[in-house]
Ligand binder design. Structure first.
Ligand code: FAD
Ligand code: NAD
Length: 467
């Protein structure tokens, strides 16, 4: 065999698996069909979306809050081409960073489409049509996911678009209609709402970000409505058609009455499906699950074929970059003979709107469903000195702790820098801290993190100091 490990796909699952395997002394190769490394996350996902979220938030603040801070600016305008250029630059710095890390770790990379000849032999077909094969003792499938659509809807990539096109539109839309009020819809919807577009969200469920703690969706809805976004919750999309530059989206309201919206772009953000096209899984006897087209794996992330593993978006669980990274590390370490473990309950979820939304552990709805007796403590940012100073007073931190032992079972927050603040909750929960443990630790003043301490105090005998 030429390699100890061959990784197919260079997203956060694949590149982390390759680096960890190389660190452990395994001879490693990584195959990527695109011309740059980093997968969905670096090229058309996490990184470019956050670059646009940051740029658009600067514009929003400059137009809406600077005056109150005592800063006057005249004739503000958006140079959208420059905004996209900066985003592309950020992407390029990150993708070339992976190329550097591969070199540093002596990982051999191949550009082309990888497919199984047998369980140890991978054929690589390059863009110019030439082919070569490589062999490895272990193969890690990290081929990720692609946008899902609806059976009655064709994403034409011009007017009816997925997140990939929404990250490189030729103009700021006048009216963007979003199908789906999940993470992608709300992040990219808020980018364009801040840049001046009218944004309408049609969501099938009766709340936005429906899988997170319900209190977060309720608060985020208020904030996004303030931003001017409009919502059609509990509405079922039935079709979308394009005529010239106009898109018409039709949907049924909760009573079954027909409605329609006209706009210039329709972003379809109804989830993602695992990507295994052209991988030759049939050559090694692996079939994909009917729902979501995912590859089935055991607790060691090994498929039914010994020595063939799968990680990240292509298997069950949350479709998150940091979840894929954990799994990449786990598989590399398992192959090297270690006994790693992932605590899936403690993988945080974040929505990068402003304020940010972040969550870890059990939601209140889950605890109720499981019949677990719990205490809840909340602290609103409007009572935080730091939040008042920065004018970021929307949102709260909510801590759920076991009624008897006080162990923290879930933390749900919406507020400034919640994406970074959730790390404290993850650490506390990994060490099985009680709410009182966290409440008794010093938190620098004035910081947003004091809200976490106060929420823990509130959960511990209702002892919050500042409310
Ligand atoms: P991917 O990143 O999808 O990488 C798979 C790679 O495999 C791709 O590069 C693909 O070209 C390659 N490939 C596929 N088949 C083959 C083949 N046969 N041969 C060779 N190469 C192949 N997650 C977060 O945690 N935080 C965020 O803020 C966030 N924001 C997002 C924003 C958007 C707009 C989107 C779309 C997603 C976002 N995600 C975010 C989700 C995140 O991008 C994914 O969960 C993550 O990229 C999954 O990593 P992966 O390694 O499993 O697959
Ligand atoms: P999602 O699952 O977050 O949201 C999809 C939404 O569409 C849901 O609220 C669902 O109820 C709704 N929906 C489904 N069918 C519908 C229909 N016919 N009509 C109206 N609404 C409908 O999916 P997404 O927003 O497309 O994101 C895909 C994946 O990418 C997610 O799994 C997420 O984990 C990942 N992602 C993560 C981040 C992040 O971590 N910040 C950012 C972007 C994407």
């Amino acid at each position: 065999m030429q390699y100890d490990v061959i990784v197919i796909g260079s997203g956060p699952g694949g590149y982390v698996a390759a680096i960890r395997a190389a660190q452990l002394g395994l001879k490693t190769a990584c195959i990527e069909k695109y011309s740059t490394f980093g997968g969905t996350c670096l090229n058309v996902g996490c990184i470019p979306s956050k670059a646009l979220l940051d740029s658009s938030e600067h514009f929003h603040n400059a137009t809406h809050t600077f005056k109150t801070h005592g800063i006057n600016l005249d004739n503000l305008s958006v140079d959208f081409d420059q905004m996209l250029k900066r985003k592309d630059q950020v992407v390029s710095e990150n993708t070339s960073g992976i190329a550097y890390l591969f070199k540093k770790n002596k990982i051999e990379s191949y550009q082309g489409m990888g497919s199984f000849v047998d369980k140890n032999t991978i054929k690589i077909k390059k863009d110019d049509g030439t082919e070569q094969t490589i062999t490895g003792k272990n193969v890690i499938i990290a081929t990720g996911s692609k946008p899902a659509s609806l059976p009655f809807l064709k994403i034409d990539k011009k007017r009816i678009i997925s997140s990939t096109e929404a990250l490189k539109l030729p103009e700021v839309p006048k009216h963007m209609i979003l199908i789906g009020g999940g993470v992608i819809g709300l992040e990219l919807g808020s980018v364009y709402a801040r840049l001046g577009a009218k944004v309408s969200v049609v969501e099938y469920m009766d709340s936005i970000i429906p899988t997170m703690d319900k209190s977060l969706g309720r608060e985020l809805l208020k904030v996004l409505k303030k931003l001017g976004m409009e919502f059609y919750l509990g509405h079922k999309v039935t079709g979308a058609t394009v005529s010239g530059d106009e898109v018409t989206v039709t949907f049924d309201d909760p009573k079954g009455e027909k409605k329609e919206l006209k706009g210039d772009y329709c972003l379809v953000a109804v989830g993602r499906v695992a990507y295994t096209d052209g991988l030759g899984l049939e050559n090694i006897g692996i079939t994909v699950e009917e729902r979501g087209r995912k590859i089935t794996v055991d607790e060691h992330l090994e498929t039914k074929v010994k020595g063939v593993y799968a990680i990240g978006d292509v298997i069950r669980g949350a479709m998150l970059a940091h979840k894929a990274e954990e799994e990449g590390t786990l598989v590399a370490e398992s192959i090297a003979g270690q006994k790693p473990h992932i605590n899936y309950n403690l993988i945080p979820g974040v929505v990068y709107t402003w304020p940010e939304v972040a969550s870890v552990g059990q939601t209140e709805e889950q605890l109720k469903e499981q019949g677990v007796k719990y205490k809840a403590g909340s602290f609103p940012f409007k009572a935080s000195g730091r939040a008042r100073a920065s004018m970021d007073t929307d949102g709260f931190v909510k801590v759920l702790a076991d009624a008897k032992t006080d162990e923290i079972l879930g933390v749900h927050m919406i507020g400034p820098r919640a994406a970074d603040m959730i790390a404290e909750a993850v650490v506390a929960m990994e060490y099985r801290a009680s709410a009182e443990d966290v409440a008794r630790m010093s938190h620098a003043h004035p910081t947003y993190t004091e809200a976490m301490r106060e929420a823990c105090l509130a959960a511990t005998e209702n002892r919050a100091i500042h409310i």
